[in-house]
Design a protein around this ligand. Structure first.
Ligand SMILES: *[C@@H]1O[C@H](CO)[C@@H](O)[C@H](O)[C@H]1NC(C)=O
Length: 214
Protein backbone atom coordinates (compact mmCIF):
# COMPACT_ATOMS: atom_id res chain seq x y z
CA UNK A 1 0.00 0.00 0.00
CA UNK A 2 1.29 3.46 -0.79
CA UNK A 3 -0.07 6.96 -0.47
CA UNK A 4 -1.21 7.04 -4.06
CA UNK A 5 -3.75 4.34 -3.20
CA UNK A 6 -5.56 7.04 -1.29
CA UNK A 7 -6.09 9.51 -4.11
CA UNK A 8 -9.68 10.74 -4.15
CA UNK A 9 -10.54 8.81 -7.30
CA UNK A 10 -9.61 5.46 -5.82
CA UNK A 11 -11.13 6.00 -2.39
CA UNK A 12 -14.44 4.57 -3.53
CA UNK A 13 -12.65 1.52 -4.94
CA UNK A 14 -10.79 0.99 -1.68
CA UNK A 15 -14.08 1.10 0.19
CA UNK A 16 -15.70 -1.45 -2.13
CA UNK A 17 -12.63 -3.67 -1.95
CA UNK A 18 -12.72 -3.67 1.84
CA UNK A 19 -16.47 -4.41 1.90
CA UNK A 20 -15.95 -7.27 -0.55
CA UNK A 21 -13.51 -8.87 1.91
CA UNK A 22 -16.20 -9.41 4.54
CA UNK A 23 -17.34 -13.02 4.85
CA UNK A 24 -20.70 -12.36 6.44
CA UNK A 25 -21.93 -15.98 6.25
CA UNK A 26 -19.43 -17.08 8.92
CA UNK A 27 -21.03 -18.44 12.12
CA UNK A 28 -18.58 -16.64 14.43
CA UNK A 29 -19.17 -13.38 12.61
CA UNK A 30 -22.91 -13.74 13.32
CA UNK A 31 -22.27 -14.68 16.97
CA UNK A 32 -19.95 -11.71 17.47
CA UNK A 33 -22.56 -9.38 15.94
CA UNK A 34 -25.22 -10.94 18.16
CA UNK A 35 -23.35 -10.35 21.41
CA UNK A 36 -22.24 -6.86 20.38
CA UNK A 37 -25.92 -6.00 19.94
CA UNK A 38 -27.29 -8.04 22.83
CA UNK A 39 -25.00 -6.92 25.67
CA UNK A 40 -25.96 -3.22 25.92
CA UNK A 41 -29.63 -4.17 25.49
CA UNK A 42 -29.25 -6.68 28.34
CA UNK A 43 -27.67 -4.29 30.80
CA UNK A 44 -30.09 -1.47 30.02
CA UNK A 45 -33.23 -3.60 30.33
CA UNK A 46 -32.10 -5.49 33.45
CA UNK A 47 -30.73 -2.25 34.95
CA UNK A 48 -34.07 -0.46 34.46
CA UNK A 49 -35.96 -3.42 35.88
CA UNK A 50 -33.73 -3.33 38.95
CA UNK A 51 -34.31 0.41 39.33
CA UNK A 52 -38.09 -0.04 39.12
CA UNK A 53 -38.53 -3.25 41.16
CA UNK A 54 -35.20 -3.83 42.99
CA UNK A 55 -35.61 -7.51 42.17
CA UNK A 56 -31.86 -8.28 42.21
CA UNK A 57 -31.39 -6.44 45.51
CA UNK A 58 -34.32 -8.38 46.97
CA UNK A 59 -32.98 -11.75 45.84
CA UNK A 60 -29.46 -11.12 47.14
CA UNK A 61 -30.45 -9.17 50.21
CA UNK A 62 -28.24 -6.14 49.56
CA UNK A 63 -27.86 -3.64 46.78
CA UNK A 64 -24.09 -3.89 46.87
CA UNK A 65 -24.12 -7.67 46.43
CA UNK A 66 -26.80 -7.27 43.77
CA UNK A 67 -24.70 -4.78 41.84
CA UNK A 68 -21.61 -7.01 42.07
CA UNK A 69 -23.54 -9.96 40.65
CA UNK A 70 -24.93 -7.78 37.87
CA UNK A 71 -21.40 -6.48 37.21
CA UNK A 72 -20.15 -10.06 36.99
CA UNK A 73 -22.83 -10.96 34.46
CA UNK A 74 -22.02 -7.94 32.29
CA UNK A 75 -18.30 -8.60 32.53
CA UNK A 76 -18.78 -12.25 31.54
CA UNK A 77 -20.99 -11.34 28.59
CA UNK A 78 -18.22 -8.95 27.55
CA UNK A 79 -15.71 -11.80 27.60
CA UNK A 80 -18.05 -13.96 25.49
CA UNK A 81 -18.45 -11.13 23.01
CA UNK A 82 -14.67 -10.60 22.81
CA UNK A 83 -14.11 -14.33 22.37
CA UNK A 84 -16.47 -14.49 19.39
CA UNK A 85 -15.02 -11.28 17.97
CA UNK A 86 -11.53 -12.79 17.96
CA UNK A 87 -12.83 -16.09 16.55
CA UNK A 88 -14.74 -14.16 13.89
CA UNK A 89 -11.81 -12.12 12.68
CA UNK A 90 -9.61 -15.21 12.76
CA UNK A 91 -11.92 -16.79 10.18
CA UNK A 92 -11.82 -13.78 7.85
CA UNK A 93 -9.49 -13.06 4.98
CA UNK A 94 -6.95 -10.30 5.57
CA UNK A 95 -7.69 -7.31 3.37
CA UNK A 96 -4.79 -6.61 1.01
CA UNK A 97 -5.22 -2.92 1.44
CA UNK A 98 -4.95 -3.19 5.25
CA UNK A 99 -2.06 -5.64 5.21
CA UNK A 100 0.86 -3.34 5.97
CA UNK A 101 3.22 -2.51 8.81
CA UNK A 102 1.90 1.04 8.97
CA UNK A 103 -1.71 -0.11 9.45
CA UNK A 104 -0.55 -2.66 12.06
CA UNK A 105 1.26 0.08 13.96
CA UNK A 106 -1.74 2.40 13.82
CA UNK A 107 -3.88 -0.50 15.06
CA UNK A 108 -1.56 -1.12 18.01
CA UNK A 109 -1.54 2.55 18.99
CA UNK A 110 -5.34 2.83 18.74
CA UNK A 111 -5.88 -0.37 20.80
CA UNK A 112 -3.40 0.91 23.36
CA UNK A 113 -5.26 4.21 23.72
CA UNK A 114 -8.55 2.29 23.96
CA UNK A 115 -7.24 0.03 26.72
CA UNK A 116 -5.88 3.00 28.68
CA UNK A 117 -9.29 4.71 28.51
CA UNK A 118 -11.16 1.56 29.59
CA UNK A 119 -8.81 0.59 32.43
CA UNK A 120 -8.34 4.07 33.87
CA UNK A 121 -12.07 4.82 33.82
CA UNK A 122 -12.78 1.49 35.56
CA UNK A 123 -10.12 2.35 38.12
CA UNK A 124 -11.65 5.78 38.74
CA UNK A 125 -15.27 4.62 38.89
CA UNK A 126 -14.83 1.33 40.75
CA UNK A 127 -17.09 -1.68 40.22
CA UNK A 128 -20.39 -0.05 41.17
CA UNK A 129 -19.59 3.16 39.25
CA UNK A 130 -18.64 1.21 36.14
CA UNK A 131 -21.48 -1.29 36.20
CA UNK A 132 -24.68 0.72 36.55
CA UNK A 133 -24.56 1.13 40.33
CA UNK A 134 -26.87 4.13 39.93
CA UNK A 135 -29.65 1.71 38.92
CA UNK A 136 -29.24 0.09 42.36
CA UNK A 137 -29.24 3.40 44.19
CA UNK A 138 -25.47 3.29 44.68
CA UNK A 139 -24.30 6.74 43.64
CA UNK A 140 -20.85 8.28 43.37
CA UNK A 141 -20.11 11.00 45.96
CA UNK A 142 -18.79 13.32 43.29
CA UNK A 143 -18.74 13.42 39.55
CA UNK A 144 -15.30 12.22 38.40
CA UNK A 145 -13.72 14.88 36.22
CA UNK A 146 -10.06 13.82 36.29
CA UNK A 147 -8.35 11.72 33.61
CA UNK A 148 -9.69 9.96 31.54
CA UNK A 149 -12.88 11.99 32.00
CA UNK A 150 -11.07 15.19 31.06
CA UNK A 151 -10.33 13.79 27.58
CA UNK A 152 -13.49 11.80 26.90
CA UNK A 153 -17.14 12.04 27.96
CA UNK A 154 -17.55 8.28 27.87
CA UNK A 155 -14.09 6.74 28.18
CA UNK A 156 -15.51 3.27 28.78
CA UNK A 157 -17.48 3.18 25.54
CA UNK A 158 -15.00 5.17 23.49
CA UNK A 159 -12.13 3.07 24.82
CA UNK A 160 -13.95 -0.15 24.02
CA UNK A 161 -14.77 1.04 20.50
CA UNK A 162 -11.15 2.08 19.93
CA UNK A 163 -9.97 -1.33 21.10
CA UNK A 164 -12.20 -3.06 18.53
CA UNK A 165 -11.02 -0.64 15.85
CA UNK A 166 -7.35 -1.08 16.71
CA UNK A 167 -7.61 -4.88 16.80
CA UNK A 168 -9.37 -4.93 13.42
CA UNK A 169 -6.67 -2.76 11.88
CA UNK A 170 -3.87 -4.75 13.49
CA UNK A 171 -5.17 -7.97 11.94
CA UNK A 172 -6.23 -6.19 8.75
CA UNK A 173 -9.80 -7.51 8.86
CA UNK A 174 -12.61 -5.72 7.06
CA UNK A 175 -15.19 -7.72 9.03
CA UNK A 176 -13.64 -6.37 12.24
CA UNK A 177 -14.12 -2.83 10.96
CA UNK A 178 -17.75 -3.62 10.22
CA UNK A 179 -18.25 -5.07 13.73
CA UNK A 180 -16.55 -1.97 15.18
CA UNK A 181 -19.19 0.17 13.46
CA UNK A 182 -21.85 -2.00 15.06
CA UNK A 183 -20.22 -1.56 18.49
CA UNK A 184 -20.20 2.20 17.97
CA UNK A 185 -23.83 2.19 16.84
CA UNK A 186 -24.98 0.16 19.88
CA UNK A 187 -23.08 2.37 22.34
CA UNK A 188 -24.53 5.49 20.72
CA UNK A 189 -28.03 4.13 21.27
CA UNK A 190 -27.19 2.94 24.81
CA UNK A 191 -26.00 6.43 25.73
CA UNK A 192 -29.32 7.91 24.58
CA UNK A 193 -30.91 5.89 27.40
CA UNK A 194 -28.15 5.98 29.98
CA UNK A 195 -27.14 9.65 29.97
CA UNK A 196 -30.62 11.08 30.73
CA UNK A 197 -31.16 8.31 33.31
CA UNK A 198 -27.95 9.09 35.20
CA UNK A 199 -28.71 12.82 35.06
CA UNK A 200 -32.21 12.14 36.46
CA UNK A 201 -30.97 9.91 39.32
CA UNK A 202 -28.35 12.44 40.42
CA UNK A 203 -30.77 15.36 40.09
CA UNK A 204 -33.18 13.47 42.38
CA UNK A 205 -30.46 12.99 44.96
CA UNK A 206 -29.62 16.69 44.68
CA UNK A 207 -33.26 17.55 45.47
CA UNK A 208 -33.34 15.18 48.44
CA UNK A 209 -30.14 16.67 49.82
CA UNK A 210 -31.49 20.18 49.36
CA UNK A 211 -34.70 19.22 51.24
CA UNK A 212 -32.71 17.71 54.09
CA UNK A 213 -30.60 20.85 54.41
CA UNK A 214 -33.68 23.08 54.74
C1 LIG B 1 -6.19 15.40 31.86
O1 LIG B 1 -5.60 15.04 33.07
C2 LIG B 1 -4.27 14.53 32.94
C3 LIG B 1 -3.78 14.02 34.29
O2 LIG B 1 -4.64 14.27 35.33
C4 LIG B 1 -3.38 15.61 32.39
O3 LIG B 1 -2.03 15.14 32.26
C5 LIG B 1 -3.91 16.03 31.03
O4 LIG B 1 -3.14 17.11 30.52
C6 LIG B 1 -5.35 16.45 31.12
N1 LIG B 1 -5.86 16.67 29.77
C7 LIG B 1 -6.66 17.68 29.43
C8 LIG B 1 -7.08 17.73 28.00
O5 LIG B 1 -7.02 18.53 30.23
Amino acid sequence: MSLKDFSIGSFHDVFLQVIADIRSDDRYFALAAFFIAFNPIYWNIVGRLEYKTHFITKILGSKKRGCYLFAFSIFTLGLVRDYYFHKAIGNQVTSKILDSDLVKLIGLVISGIGQVLVLTSMYKLGVTGTYLGDHFGILMDHRVTSFPFNVSDNPMYQGSTLTFLGTSLYYGKAAGLFLTLLVNFMYTIALKFEEPFTAMVYAKRGEQKANKDK
